[in-house]
Design a protein around this ligand. Structure first.
Ligand SMILES: O=C1C[C@@](O)(C(=O)O)C[C@@H](O)[C@@H]1O
Length: 495
């Protein structure tokens, strides 16, 4: 009880509009007639009371009649909302003495997502029962399971709350204010373990700034799998706020690209970043692709053209990585012109980022050597850029000349496997500059060892910021607030 009072205070301090009092989370002994009046009296915000039984995903497995009695009491004591499960709502409403509070009828599908038909059918039944607000909590098996929930927000003529659980369901809360959802659910940091399926209130307000999301907000996001490692949401949302652009940038954890683009095909979805492992595949879903992305064979940016809704693909990785490497070399060599010309440029990894880097290096006149865990892929990319392929097991002994450039574009060494490097330390002495496309961690084992061997090093954050500012300009048509974006990145790095 004391913790719940503290949590209510924290919620008000962090800017919540309402608190949900989940009575089932209170450890016994909980005596409704003794404890509820003071809880409700002390609540600094309008309260919505729920008492979730185990069969609906809650923690309570005691007597059902006692549970309903607590909810009847909450209704009489002036809770703003009482949340009752669909299955017991008819009984609850029939025996409610005075209807002074609003009734939320909720439906819980903990292990399975609900189809559009199921949602529509249940919503109509809830409304017929006399619900003031309808609420659904269901598992999102795929990110596209959230789309019918967005539609229900628009179709429902009474307020609706739709929470899709799991990482794939997170957009249900981030975008709920856009679709007219009654409220966005967020957990307090201190309650995160109890409600892992909800974003935290601090992330909602600080990163996604959901208080500013409205029906005109344009939706952008990163399509990737995994996606949670990305700092994109932190950087892009802050940049939108900086230039007063009405946009939100969200993580799209996508398993099936084709289905994603089919379902989220409206004007609301204005642009996408493309991350691992989709940069090459995403090209197929673009209606048009700019010339260099076509040559590279990968896109990391897709923008929906305003006049006709067509998806236009770009690659901002290429210029970002190559210009970062060039600046590193220029600083080391104290010269500015053609620093990559004729250099032997060894690239590890021939996925989407690797393709962009190989293409850029070749364009700048470097001699490109590609190595990959899958030799055939290395060969394919090497042929495309007029370079040579190298077997990965030869990399550690590869030294046709000194002063080579090494670029890593494979995920070895990325969080959480930070103790790994794609190349032996002893081989690094042959390189004058080493670049790593990985930005998490900012300094990978590869870069640490390269610096110890005396090479100049360029980290993935430099590529990240450059590709992100170019992407921001394609997304919004505005200049990116680069200084603020850089400051934010360095403050993240310090923490
Ligand atoms: O490679 C990256 C990184 C990224 O996938 C991210 O993690 O935010 C975003 C992409 O635009 C970019 O090309």
């Amino acid at each position: 009880m004391a913790e719940m009072r503290g949590a209510m205070q924290a919620a008000v301090e962090q800017g919540a509009d309402m608190v949900e009092l989940r009575l089932d989370t209170i450890l016994a002994p909980f005596n409704a007639s003794h404890d509820l009046p003071s809880l409700l009296r002390l609540s600094p915000l309008p309260a919505m009371v729920s008492f979730r039984p185990r069969w609906a995903g809650g923690l309570y497995d005691g007597d059902e009649h006692q549970r309903l009695q607590a909810l009847w009491l909450a209704a009489e004591l002036g809770a703003r909302y009482v949340d009752v499960e669909f299955e017991v709502a008819p009984n609850f409403l029939a025996n409610l003495k005075k209807r002074i509070c609003k009734i939320m009828v909720s439906y819980h599908s903990c292990n399975k997502s609900l189809t559009a038909e199921e949602l529509g059918d249940l919503a109509a039944k809830m409304q017929n029962m006399g619900a003031d607000v309808i609420k659904f909590v269901s598992a999102a098996e795929k990110i596209t399971d959230v789309a019918p929930m967005f539609r229900l927000h628009s179709l429902s003529n009474i307020p609706s709350i739709l929470l899709a659980t799991g990482e794939r369901g997170q957009i249900s809360q981030l975008l709920s204010p856009k679709y007219g959802g009654f409220l966005t659910m967020g957990s307090l940091d201190s309650c995160q373990e109890l409600f892992p399926s909800q974003p935290t209130l601090s992330r909602l307000t600080k990163v996604f700034q959901t208080f500013h999301v409205n029906e005109n907000t344009k939706v952008f996001g990163l399509i990737s799998c995994p996606v949670s490692h990305s700092i994109g949401p932190i950087i892009h949302n802050a940049a939108f706020a900086e230039v007063n652009y009405n946009g939100i940038y969200v993580p799209f954890l996508v398993d099936d690209l084709s289905e994603f683009f089919k379902v989220y095909n409206g004007f609301n979805f204005s642009g996408f970043s493309i991350g691992i492992p989709y940069k090459a595949d995403a090209l197929k879903f673009c209606d048009e692709v700019d010339v260099s992305s076509q040559a590279i064979g990968a896109v990391n940016t897709i923008v929906r053209r305003k006049c006709d809704g067509k998806l236009i693909g770009y690659n901002t990785d290429c210029e970002a990585a190559i210009s970062a490497i060039e600046d590193g070399l220029a600083e080391q060599q104290n010269t500015k012109t053609n620093v990559l010309q004729d250099k032997l440029f060894v690239l590890i990894g021939s996925g989407g980022a690797g393709k962009a880097i190989a293409f850029g290096a070749k364009q700048r006149g470097a001699r490109v050597v590609v190595t990959d865990y899958f030799y055939e892929r290395a060969e394919e990319l090497a042929n495309a850029v007029g370079g040579k392929a190298l077997r990965l097991d030869m990399l550690d002994d590869f030294c046709p000349e000194s002063g080579m450039i090494l670029a890593n574009a494979c995920p070895v060494g990325m969080h959480p496997n930070v103790d790994r490097s794609p190349i032996k330390k002893k081989a690094l002495k042959h390189y004058s500059l080493v670049f790593d496309a990985i930005y998490n961690p900012a300094t990978t084992k590869l870069l640490r060892e390269a610096a110890e061997c005396g090479a100049a090093v360029v980290g993935g954050l430099e590529m990240f910021i450059r590709q992100a500012t170019a992407q921001f300009e394609l997304f919004t048509g505005n200049h990116a607030p680069e200084k603020q974006m850089r400051q934010l990145i360095s403050s993240l790095h310090k923490h």
